[in-house]
Write a protein that binds this ligand. Structure first.
Ligand code: SAM
Length: 274
């Protein structure tokens, strides 16, 4: 069972690294001011808040998620940010959105639609259904990470473990991998499909906030990895990746790391005559 409090804590702690990426993606997407957008799989609403800022006081964002706990947290965060008049949060399933056709000007989903294990194409079709012709559908997800500068082979071997390839499961079809989303968009009949990758990076000396965010990322990236490592890699992993180690890599004066999110987007086709 997922520990909701720990999960929320993880999202909050990593947010200083994720937020700059989300801001860049929103800037690239340019949601029109006064528009109505959907954030599908909104979690605790961190992106919905930024989207609400982008659409201005007359715009509106609907955040949808399966989890009532996340939605309650999102509502509180929206109130604290003074944005609750342009935000609403609703329980629902991205596989069957509880909205009419053409209900939104655009739709967005971060780390949900396109993220294993749900079959992606029907979800993109469902997002497109609720967006008006001419509006955009955008999905974003984590796409790569370099956290161990100077140790690329160790990092590759950590990434090659079953914990390292999460959320992509062994045996899943290559076409289901998030970085193949152009194919889903094309098959969903979306137009002007494109993809763009955004980076967030950090270097020494790290602020306390960024240090905590990177520690959380390292823990999220390779959880429970040790049983799958050789003895030599296990020693190196403990030396470099555990905060209690005297040689913890984040304490190195030359430390530099980055990670990326990729955003796929397409436009819902106009009907003949529009
Ligand atoms: C990895 S989290 C991402 C949350 C948020 N978008 C973010 O990036 O911080 C995935 C979210 O999708 C939600 N989710 C998973 N399956 C869903 C479904 N079938 N319908 C709606 N939400 C779903 C989860 O509850 C969770 O909040």
């Amino acid at each position: 069972m997922v520990d909701t409090d720990a999960y929320i804590q993880g999202l909050m702690v990593t947010n200083p690294l994720v937020e700059p990426i989300i801001r860049s993606a929103i800037q690239a997407l340019q949601p029109p001011s006064e528009s109505r957008g959907l954030d599908a799989g909104c979690g605790i609403g961190l992106q919905a808040l930024l989207l609400a800022e982008a659409v201005g006081p007359v715009g509106h964002i609907t955040g949808l998620d399966l989890s009532p706990q996340f939605l309650a947290y999102a509502r509180e965060t929206g109130e604290r940010a003074g944005l609750s008049d342009r935000l609403s949060f609703q329980a629902g399933d991205v596989r069957e959105l509880p909205f009419d056709d053409d209900a939104f000007d655009w739709a967005w989903s971060t780390n949900c639609v396109g993220y294993a294990p749900l079959e992606p194409l029907p979800l993109v079709v469902e997002l497109a259904r609720v967006v008006k012709p001419g509006g955009s559908v955008a999905i974003l997800a984590w796409s790569s990470q370099m956290l161990l500068p100077g140790f690329p082979l160790l990092e590759s071997r950590l990434n090659a473990t079953s914990s390292g390839i999460a959320p992509f499961t062994r045996g899943s079809r290559p076409e289901s991998h998030f970085l193949r989303a152009l194919g889903w968009f094309r098959d969903a009949g979306l137009e002007e499909c494109s993809v763009q990758t955004f980076v967030s990076d950090a270097h020494a000396p790290l602020s306390g906030e960024l240090g905590r965010a990177l520690i959380a990322l390292i823990e999220m990236r390779w959880p429970g990895v040790e049983p799958e490592l050789t003895q030599q890699d296990r020693v190196a992993y403990r030396r470099l990746c555990l905060p209690e180690s005297p040689e913890f890599i984040l304490n190195h004066p030359d430390y530099y790391a980055f990670f990326t999110y990729s955003m796929f987007r397409g436009r819902v086709s106009r009907r003949p005559g529009e």
